[in-house]
Structure formats: C-alpha cells, structure tokens
Design a protein around this ligand. Sequence first.
Ligand code: NPW
Ligand code: ADP
Ligand code: K
Length: 496
Amino acid sequence: MIELLTTQEMGQADRLAIEGGTSGLQLMEAAGGAVAERAMRRTAPGDRVAILCGPGNNGGDGFVAARRLVEAGRQVRLALLGSREGLRGDAATVAGLWEGPVERFSVDMLDGVGLVVDALFGAGLARPLDGEAASIVAAVNEAGRPVLAVDVPSGLDGTTGRAQGPVVRATETITFFRRKPGHLLLPGRSLCGEVSVAEIGISQGVLGAILPQAFVNEPALWRSALAWPQPDGHKYSRGHALVVGGEGWKSGAPRLAAGAALRAGAGLVTIAAPFRALPIYASQLTAVMLAEANNPDGLGDVLADERKNAVLLGPGLGVGAGTAAMVKVALCGRRAIVLDADALTSFEARREDLFAMIAAEAGRDVVLTPHEGEFARLFGKETLTEAPSKLEAARAAARASGAIVVLKGSDTVVAGPDGRAAVNEMSSPFLATAGTGDVLAGIIVGQLAQGVAGFEAAASAVWIHGAAAARRGPGLISEDLQALMPGVLAGLAAGV
Ligand SMILES: NC(=O)C1=CN([C@@H]2O[C@H](COP(=O)(O)OP(=O)(O)OC[C@H]3O[C@@H](n4cnc5c(N)ncnc54)[C@H](OP(=O)(O)O)[C@@H]3O)[C@@H](O)[C@H]2O)[C@@H](O)CC1
Ligand SMILES: Nc1ncnc2c1ncn2[C@@H]1O[C@H](COP(=O)(O)OP(=O)(O)O)[C@@H](O)[C@H]1O
Ligand SMILES: [K+]
C-alpha cells in the first residue's frame, strides 16, 4: 500500500471500480462501515457520538456510519450542513436509510460526547471553508473532544496537505483504498492524527490504469534495488565513495558523511582535502582514507582513478567560486554525484550553469539534498511558495535540474526528474540537530557507490537515516547515527 493517490486519482479509482461492477452505493456502504468500525474502537455501547455530515458523499459516509453505530448501541446525534433535499445520488440514498433525526448543528451536540465524526468535506473540497462550515469547524476544535475524520479532516486538501481556511484538527483519520499525499505532508500530517486505510472493494488492478507517481517512502519502494555484498565480492566490488572536504576546522561535516558512507556499505571511502588539513583529518579517522586535493585540479587528479564511482561535495566545503569549480570537476564524467549544503549554495547566482552541467552527461545520477533554505536559494523562493505542495515543489526542482531532489524536513520529499516522488514518514524530530544532514548525504553517496540507482539510493538513505534516529530518540546527536545504522540495515537485510 505504498501508492499515494491525489484526490483526482482517487476519483478515477472510484470510477474504475464502479465501471468494474461495484456500485457507488456499495463503496459508500463499505466506507461508512469502516468509519463505524473505527468509531466503535474509541467508544463503548451507550456512549454518545456526534456525527457531522456535509452536503456531498463525505456526508453520505457519515449517514452510513451513523446507522451502523446505532445498530451497535451508540447514542448518535447527527447534524447535516445544508438540507436533506439538497443531497444527491448515493448520499441521498443512504440518508433515506437513516431513521433518526437530522439536526442542524448546534454546539450543545458536542457536550460530553465520546467521539465526534467529521464527515463534512472530503475529496470534494472546492474552496476554503467559510460561513456555517467554518463555524462548525471552530466549534469542533474548541470542544476538545476526540475527532474521527472521514477521508481527510474537513478543510484539508488531500492532494497538497495544505488548508486554505479553517480545518478540523482530528485525533484520527480513516481514508479509503490508499492514502493521499496530504496525509503525510505537513501541516496535513499533524492535522490528521493517526491515519488508517480501509479497503472498500476497489481492486488493486485499478492502479495499473492510474499509474500513480507518488509513494510513501517505505522499503517496499526500493528494497529490491539495494545492494548487498556477495560471497565472492571484495571491497572494490562494493564501490569507492569520495567525500570532498575542506579546511581542518570544518572537518566535522565531511567526517560525519564519510563514516556514514562506509556504514551504508561502500567498500572504500576516501576524503579528499587540502594538504594542510590532512593531519587534522587523520587524527580523527581510522577506516576512512585520505587523499590530497588542494584545488579543482588536485580533485581532478584524485578522480582520475575511475574506481571512485560516487562523489559527495558540500558538507564543510565553504560557499564560493572554489567550491563551484570543484563541483564542475566532479561533474565531468559518468560517476554518481551528491551535492549538499555549500555545494548547492555556491550555485545560488548561477543555477543554470549547474543544471547545464548536470544535463551534459545523460544516464548519470546526480542527487541534490537541500533543506528548505538551500532549496529556496538554488531553485528560487517562488518554486517553494508558488507550488501547490512541497511534493510539487520538489518535482518541479527535479524537472528543472535534471537531478534527484531530496527536499529535507520532517516530511522529506524525494523527487526524480521522471516525476516519481516519495514522501518520507520514517523519521524522528530528534533529527533536528547539527550534522544530521551531513550523515544523510553520506548514506546517499554510500548507496550510490554500491551501484544503487539514484532515486532508490536517495529514498532508501532517507528512510535508513530516519529509522536510525527513531531507534535512539531523545538525546540523539548526529554522531550517534553511524552506530545505529547496523541495526537498521540488519532489519532490512532480514526483510523486516
Ligand atoms: N463513489 C465515490 O466517489 C466514493 C466517495 N466516498 C466519499 O466521498 C467523498 C467525496 O465526495 P464528494 O465528491 O461528493 O465531495 P465532498 O467532500 O463530500 O464535498 C462535496 C460537497 O461539498 C461542497 N463544498 C465543497 N467545498 C465547499 C466549501 N468550501 N464550502 C461549502 N461547501 C463546499 C460541494 O458543493 P459545491 O462545490 O458543488 O458547491 C459539494 O456539495 C470522499 O471524500 C469519500 O469520503 C466514499 O463514500 C467512497 C465512494
Ligand atoms: N522536525 C524534524 N523531524 C524529522 N526530521 C527532521 C526534522 N528536522 C530536520 N530533520 C532532518 O534532519 C536533517 C537535517 O539536515 P540539515 O538541515 O542539512 O542539517 P545539518 O546541515 O546540520 O546537517 C535532514 O535529514 C532533515 O530531514
Ligand atoms: K471529513
């Protein structure tokens, strides 16, 4: 269940299911039944439940759930936004099966209820909520009772994860068939609470016609692309990653990255740094090797060894023409490249140069790993603010640059120039600490060195990084991540 469907794609799934012989009414009965089941987990017979229905099919799900909950002994009060006569199609049919009163919403409905079911608006949200809808949402949020949202919290756009106006703050959300990007992207993820997915009779087969391009970043997306050492392998067959480092006093970032690349499975990892900095690096490194690169020509000499098949530039390198020139040297040739931090910012004023260099060599993987600040500097603030969602911003950047873009944050998005995208949920807020981005860049270059394809290398690295952080939680610092990786990798190797 890794596919994420936009609201439009979900509508297509519904239509294909109906064409395939499952009626809309059957889908709605199944959806409302699933809502009732979740509601029953949160309440006991005799408990009071308020069900708030909207004027469309989301409201229809609410009517079905209300009927099932009465059958299960809950005391249900149901409010409808709009008139009963205004209901159409399946929603009108299921409203006809509801034998209880249909009230107009009043705040007293929420007094002492064990649960509020929010069936006001789902996929059909067409504009920001205002008027009566907005005041109901305000009252629900004010009441502080547990809320079960149907499909999405009302007011939230399931495709983008954004709300243009008032939005319900749910304790739990139940959606149908597949999750939507808005369940994972912020602020949607925080507004949904716990998300569950109900099968409602739509067959998997419809995905073959829809061909979704967005996915949850889970091992099922990239597990088969990972590289594991072979019994007859040797260190060179696991790849040689090169991390380009700078001055000794800024050697922490490249060292974090290099250690992570080694842990990720690269057979060899070398840091290339200026001669004067080498003793500082050497005093803090053991398995990671060192090479001298005082300038772009020096880096060219190091890279003459074609076994160095993946290169990371950025962490601790400094912003400026010198770094841009190093990137240019690294981008000559077919090896895989990760550009992070200072390497991205060094192209702030000449992004087109970077994109042209990336385009010059087809079929070679380039991964860019900006956080939102670096993203705005490289791709322009408007790419972030004018895109409908973070997912679309990352996609637009990947298309513009020809690179795989990892747009970091608590809802990291990995997007490829081909339109594929993964939204990450395996993470920990304790990752918000200095140096964790350097570790992520190191894991990616370690995966690339082993020959993992760019999109899968980036997506798997983001997941491994997040899973390692989640294992430690409070007290995590970036230096811990390396030691946490073997446990995560062992789980992946065992197929967990
Ligand atoms: N067969 C299926 O497809 C299945 C669908 N299912 C369920 O259906 C849901 C989608 O249903 P839907 O398409 O009817 O849309 P829905 O979210 O109920 O809202 C539309 C109504 O709201 C109105 N409206 C919109 N914005 C508004 C605003 N800001 N302020 C005020 N009004 C506003 C809009 O009016 P209009 O824009 O036309 O003026 C229209 O009347 C989906 O989320 C899932 O729960 C399941 O049962 C499984 C089978
Ligand atoms: N609140 C958060 N929840 C989950 N992950 C986070 C959060 N904040 C930051 N991260 C992750 O931590 C890392 C920070 O990277 P970055 O900003 O480049 O830091 P640094 O430059 O200090 O290494 C990224 O992988 C990012 O996705
Ligand atoms: K809803």
